[in-house]
Write a protein that binds this ligand. Structure first.
Ligand SMILES: [Fe+2]
Length: 223
């Protein structure tokens, strides 16, 4: 990984909540890693599914007062649950070691531009055809260390045949910003919370998948 000067502290800019950078990870290695995850980790994934609750329509009493909770359909490996099959597979593959590595933490610290707490969260997500995440904020006001904000860093690895997926996010109160997140090896950084959603994955080939390797970091100087 490269930590170009241009990226240092990119997420500490108050005007910037999100960054997306290409060219930091070698595409060839990303493609090989996606292939390996498909072969080994995919069978061990857990479905993460929260559909639209029907009562958001039938129990609505007033016009224009619909409320949509976070909806999602994706597969995941919870890499902090040591007893889960997905964790053991990820550990065997070296994925846990990679996401826990000093270099990954150093890279994410550079993006954040602020010291990060030692123990960070790690997870793998896998989007297949039609998988998505509806509008949500990732705000955790009940957690004292997270309620004033935290940082997520996602590494994207795609298998052949992934055609389209967008990350849409809000700026100045509107969902006006759109980023293509299917570029091989794209690194995306989030200074949460803010409104965003991920559109359904479009594929040109059956079983094409977008893998996301994810680190979640609290600020060391959080109040
Ligand atoms: Fe999110």
């Amino acid at each position: 990984m490269i930590t170009g000067k241009r990226l240092h502290g990119v997420l500490s800019d108050p005007a910037r909540r999100f960054c997306a950078e290409r060219g930091l990870l070698a595409e060839r290695h990303c493609a090989a890693a996606a292939r390996l995850l498909d072969q080994k980790l995919w069978p061990a994934l857990t479905a993460l599914e929260a559909p639209i609750p029907p009562e958001t329509i039938y129990a609505q009493k007033r016009n224009y007062e619909e409320l949509l909770p976070k909806t999602v359909r994706v597969k995941t490996a919870y890499l902090e649950r040591r007893r889960e099959h997905g964790f053991r597979v990820a550990e065997d593959l070296g994925l846990v070691a990679m996401l826990r590595s000093e270099s990954f933490v150093a890279f994410c610290t550079a993006l954040a531009g602020r010291p990060l707490r030692k123990r960070h969260g790690i997870q793998a997500l896998c989007y297949g055809a039609g998988d998505y995440a509806g509008p949500h904020t990732d705000h955790h006001p009940e957690e004292p260390l997270a309620r004033d904000g935290y940082v997520d860093v996602h590494l994207t690895l795609c298998t052949p045949g992934v055609a389209q997926q967008w990350l849409v996010y809000a700026r100045r109160g509107h969902f006006s910003e759109v980023v293509d997140v299917t570029q091989q090896g794209i690194v995306t950084g989030y200074r949460l919370p803010f409104w965003h959603y991920t559109t359904p994955l479009v594929v040109q080939r059956a079983h094409a998948r977008r893998w996301v390797l994810l680190g979640t970091f609290l600020f060391a100087d959080a109040p």
